[in-house]
Design a protein around this ligand. Structure first.
Ligand SMILES: Nc1ncnc2c1ncn2[C@@H]1O[C@H](COP(=O)(O)OP(=O)(O)OP(=O)(O)O)[C@@H](O)[C@H]1O
Ligand SMILES: [Mg+2]
Length: 602
């Protein structure tokens, strides 16, 4: 897990880092600021108009300038409303677009990261970077910015007007400001902590809820419904308690702020007595400003604290955006072959499918033990390689290296005689069909999933691919056939069915290199036998790497690699390995006996 709290103390420190994402909005931001400023200046002007009305029309007892006054008043209000509307509209646009841009950037960047990033960071963690951090940043550069503009303009403007009219009274009223800032900061710290705790509890409850649903079966079989429900109740009780005390805190805060602004009014009332009786307008003006000054202070403190707290979000998001993949193409390679989003297919050499491991040693980026050491192997195009061995032996690791999901710690993997790193990842991946040990389908229909393999596949090609791996029977069983929905992650299908569909999808892509990692581990024996019979057709014209636990399925491979504790302990054809009477022989005979026994019993 990434450390989330490093380097986050300097306020404003992170803003320059998101500046590139704000660049397209320079004009919009400027318009917002200018309009917000003008709107606020108008707000400052309104009490002055009121003062005029009181002094002129009421105290002066004349209505001579009334039409002009009313026109000016209405114009001012209309103008201020227009300005504020434009500013609000701009803020809304900026918030949404910055949000969208940051999300898109984060999502695209995630596509380029290697597997180890996803191994090291949980889905929940990545999810909140992409969804909630971007949201906080979007609202910072729109609403918090506008709050600062609106309220500091009002505060400064009203102070200037007040000072110009009665400096002594203004200075007295200003004495309240530090008090309010201090009071507010005190409360705000507490409120933030209380809200943070509520959010934490909330996400824990969401997590529990999620586990309660996704793990429903496991919960039932472990008979822990009772415990799960109790944990859940405890959490909800705590969140209720915290919410009530947060609400109390908010109440106390509102009352205190009210008292503080009353204090400002009291000062004006007390000292205002010295203002001449003819200046009733000035008196009202001071009352107006003194009362209106409290809210802006609060908003400004809020906006500043937003800037500070959002530093964490900026820091985490920019760290994600700045994370370099463990597997990257060099600039020269990118120049020639393009990147994932702009491939230069015209420069791609057609891939043949020769694979060679040259003195390869490998350990996982976060592991300290070598999974492979000084491994050499040449796999000419068209050959079928089987990889067998016990759980955790290193079989998947071996094919991950071929696919360049990881790169060798030392040594080279050659594709068509050249180091895989000399050409782009996309070039290699476009030639590989991989049926994963844990198959994944995308939500949508079976047809849509198959078309991910080859968007231009014809109806006949789809049917042929389905038939080849016996997935046609799966499709036939479904209510809407090939147009049936597979659910999120393919969850409406059984694991075996998912394997067959993803197998068909891989075939449809017509890859030069085919990797089957336990591709048929979850299908029944009969279906597996059918696939086995079709295997010759499936692997014809391709280099194939087949990982299998059931050794009877790999007897026909050109070469069998026996992996044990991360080392290739034996290699050869089935006949050779049986004759050698080594590790493979023992594995095979044991499995054979087991299978024979179970078939007799059946
Ligand atoms: N992403 C990873 N990071 C660190 N270590 C890993 C990672 N993936 C696998 N390993 C370790 O590497 C070793 C080989 O794992 P690998 O997945 O290659 O085994 P396997 O032979 O495919 O096993 P299985 O038959 O269960 O699929 C294991 O000890 C495993 O713990
Ligand atoms: Mg594996």
């Amino acid at each position: 897990m990434e450390n989330t709290n490093k380097n986050v103390s300097l306020p404003f420190f992170g803003i320059p880092r998101i500046a590139p994402y704000l660049k397209p909005f320079r004009r919009l931001l400027l318009t917002m600021v200018v309009c917000g400023l003008l709107g606020s200046v108008m707000d400052v002007g309104l009490p002055m108009l009121q003062r005029y009305a009181l002094d002129h029309f009421i105290a002066g007892n004349t209505l001579d300038t009334l039409p002009g006054y009313i026109t000016l008043f209405v114009c001012l209000i209309l103008f201020a409303s227009c300005m504020n509307f434009i500013a609000c509209n701009g803020a809304m646009k900026t918030e949404n677009q910055v949000n969208r841009d940051l999300r898109a950037a984060a999502f695209s960047h995630l596509q380029t990261l290697s597997f180890s990033y996803f191994n090291q960071n949980s889905v929940g963690y990545i999810h909140s970077r992409v969804m909630s951090d971007t949201g906080r940043i979007g609202s910072l550069v729109s609403w918090s910015l506008m709050d600062c503009v609106w309220h500091s303009t009002y505060l400064i403007g009203s102070l200037i007007v007040m000072l110009s009219i009665n400096a002594r009274l203004t200075l007295l009223v200003m004495l309240i400001l530090p008090l309010i800032v201090i009071l507010y900061s005190l409360f705000q710290g507490k409120l933030i902590r209380a809200n943070r705790r509520i959010r934490e509890l909330n996400s824990k409850i969401t997590g529990d809820f999620n586990e309660g649903i996704t793990g429903a079966k496991t919960i039932k079989t472990l008979v822990i419904e009772d415990k799960m429900a109790k944990d859940f109740l405890e959490d909800t009780a705590e969140i209720r308690k915290k919410s009530v005390s947060a609400a109390r805190l908010r109440g106390a805060f509102a009352i205190t702020m009210h008292l503080a602004s009353s204090l400002a009014l009291a000062i004006v009332l007390w000292q205002g007595g010295y203002i001449a009786a003819s200046e009733v307008g000035t008196f009202a003006l001071f009352m107006n400003y003194a009362q209106g000054m409290m809210e802006p202070v609060r908003w400004i403190v809020d906006a500043i604290s937003d800037v500070i707290t959002t530093q964490v979000n900026i820091e985490r998001l920019t760290r994600l955006l700045g994370t370099k993949s463990d597997v990257t193409d060099t600039p020269e390679v990118e120049e020639k072959y393009g990147d994932s989003f702009n491939p230069k297919r015209e420069n791609w050499e057609p891939i043949r499918g020769d694979i060679e491991f040259k003195d390869v040693s490998f350990r996982y980026p976060d592991g300290d033990e070598y999974v492979l050491e000084h491994f050499n192997l040449s796999i000419p195009f068209g050959s079928s390689i089987a990889i067998v061995g016990e759980t955790g032996a290193g079989k998947s690791t071996l094919v991950n290296l071929v696919c360049r999901f990881f790169e060798p710690t030392e040594g080279q993997v050659l594709i068509d005689g050249r180091d895989a790193r000399e050409r782009s990842q996309l070039w290699l991946h476009s030639a590989i069909g991989y049926v994963l040990q844990t198959p994944h389908l995308f939500s949508g229909t079976i047809r849509e999933n198959l078309l991910y393999g080859n968007p231009n596949a014809t109806e006949e090609e789809i049917e042929r691919a389905l038939k080849l791996v016996s997935a046609d029977e799966v499709v036939a069983r479904m209510e809407k056939g090939i147009d049936s929905d597979v659910g999120e992650g393919g969850d409406l299908l059984s694991t075996g069915e998912k394997q067959l569909i993803s197998f068909a999808r891989a075939i449809l892509a017509n890859p030069r290199i085919l990797v089957l990692d336990e591709a048929t581990a979850s299908v029944d024996t009969l279906t597996e036998q059918k696939i086995q019979a079709a295997m010759d057709t499936v692997i014809k014209g391709r280099t194939s790497l087949v990982i299998a636990h059931r050794l009877s399925t790999v007897r026909n491979a050109d070469l069998i690699l026996v992996v044990h504790n991360g080392k290739i302990v034996e290699q050869g054809t089935h006949g050779e390995l049986i004759a050698a009477k080594g590790y493979y022989y023992r594995l095979y005979t044991r499995q054979y006996e087991d299978e024979a026994t179970s078939s007799i019993l059946a």
